[in-house]
Design a protein around this ligand. Structure first.
Ligand SMILES: Nc1ncnc2c1ncn2[C@@H]1O[C@H](COP(=O)(O)OP(=O)(O)O)[C@@H](O)[C@H]1O
Ligand SMILES: N[C@@H](CCC(=O)OP(=O)(O)O)C(=O)O
Length: 371
């Protein structure tokens, strides 16, 4: 059977592996599984591809040293476990990669690193340099400092955003299941979907709960969400089990291939569309809705009739039509409490009365996505 050229032709590949594929049944990192994965990644590298690994498992790796039996519920305990486990995890990878003469680098990311423009550029440059130096970057969320409000929450979504950030040609999601099934694979009648061409192919798929609730956080839903983010940005995705990583990366038709459905967009906008919780709402008049939706214009204070919620400049807010239906999401340039004084007034008036600082758009067109 022919190989998948989306896979064999990829020059830069992001591989994401979940906690369930790295841990033993009793919890804790399974050195044998890390070794098998590293052997596959090293082979991919030798074949000429650049590889970025997004690895979960910090929390799982920290459980045993702390005498914990299962993933703790509270955030501080998870952060402590991640703090203990992340070093151990990367140590394992470093040792295994060294057997192949490959240097490992650790990259811990927070949400800000892909949403704030200056951080984003910085993160991009770091990855570019690491890859140029032949290093294999190992990425995880910076769990120890992430709070519940500011976190990716799951590494599937993080992997999709990293794939976009590094301009990857392919994203491979490795789990403990062979691929995406049309129903929970526990169900005897469920069958594997070898290809997903568009979101329409997902409408009948039933997604059950995570099979590894003890260690992972993602479950199948977050993998499908991640695949949608990546394919919507033009990046094909292969979803399969860690056991089949070698076959999948050789282009064999294992697991599920999600075909690209869209084109590249700035990462901040991907994040805004797929991964944010709005902190408030700006209610627009009909003219402003038209300007934003049809003419893709920036939102000016003159078109705003109301403000809901508490937010600060730089945070995501929804832009709603007069009936309250959200039509777009954007990064706002003012704090919520500053906006009432600006409502319905022209930029010119604002500049004259409040100073040049207040002349700017409330949401710039470059920081807006339509919903
Ligand atoms: N429709 C489905 N197709 C595939 N797997 C599914 C589906 N619905 C639920 N699952 C479950 O999702 C699990 C994968 O999620 P999880 O264990 O959280 O993975 P990871 O730790 O790799 O992120 C599978 O083991 C499977 O039991
Ligand atoms: N950052 C966390 C992983 C969170 C996560 O998404 O886990 P998983 O569902 O196993 O991919 C950790 O390293 O433990």
């Amino acid at each position: 059977m022919s190989v998948r050229t989306e896979v064999t032709g990829a020059k830069r590949v992001v591989v994401k592996v979940g906690s369930s594929s790295l841990t033993t049944a009793a919890g804790g990192i399974d050195p044998g599984r890390v070794r098998e994965l590293v052997d596959v990644l090293a082979k991919l590298r030798t074949g000429g591809a650049e590889v970025v690994l997004v690895s979960s498992g910090a929390i799982a790796a920290g459980l045993a040293p702390l005498g914990l039996k299962r993933r703790p519920r509270g955030l501080p305990a998870q952060q402590a476990a991640a703090s203990v486990g992340q070093g151990l995890l990367v140590h394992r990878y470093t040792e295994e990669l060294a057997r192949h003469g490959v240097i490992a680098g650790q990259v811990l990311l927070t949400v800000d690193d892909v949403t704030r423009r200056s951080h984003y550029r910085n993160a991009y440059q770091t990855f570019a340099k690491l890859l140029e130096l032949g290093v294999l970057p190992i990425v995880n969320e910076n769990d120890t400092v992430a709070t519940s409000e500011i976190r990716f929450g799951d590494n599937d979504r993080l992997a999709a955003l990293v794939a976009h950030l590094v301009h990857a040609d392919l994203l491979v999601l490795l789990s403990d299941v062979e691929g995406l099934y049309d129903a929970d694979p526990e169900h005897p009648d469920s069958s594997l979907l070898p290809e997903v061409m568009s979101v329409d192919d997902l409408s009948d798929v039933r997604i059950g709960k995570s099979g590894s609730a003890g260690v992972g956080t993602g479950g199948m839903q977050t993998k499908v969400d991640a695949a949608r983010i990546a394919t919507g940005a033009g990046i094909p995705v292969v979803l399969t089990s860690a056991d089949r990583a070698g076959a999948a990366l050789a282009g064999e038709r294992v697991g599920t291939l999600f075909h690209p459905t869209g084109r590249r967009r700035p990462t901040r906008l991907l994040w805004l569309a797929h991964a944010t919780e709005p902190k408030g709402t700006l209610v627009l008049d009909a003219g402003a809705v038209k300007a934003v939706v049809e003419r893709r214009a920036s939102l000016l204070a003159a078109g705003i009739t109301g403000v809901e919620g508490t937010f600060h400049a730089g945070e995501p807010v929804d832009l709603a039509a007069p009936d309250g239906t959200p039509v777009a999401r954007g990064i706002v340039n003012f704090d919520a409490e500053e906006i009432p004084a600006l409502l319905g007034r022209s930029s010119h008036e604002l500049k004259r009365e409040l100073g040049a600082e207040y002349e700017r758009e409330v949401v710039h067109r470059d920081d807006l996505v339509l919903l």
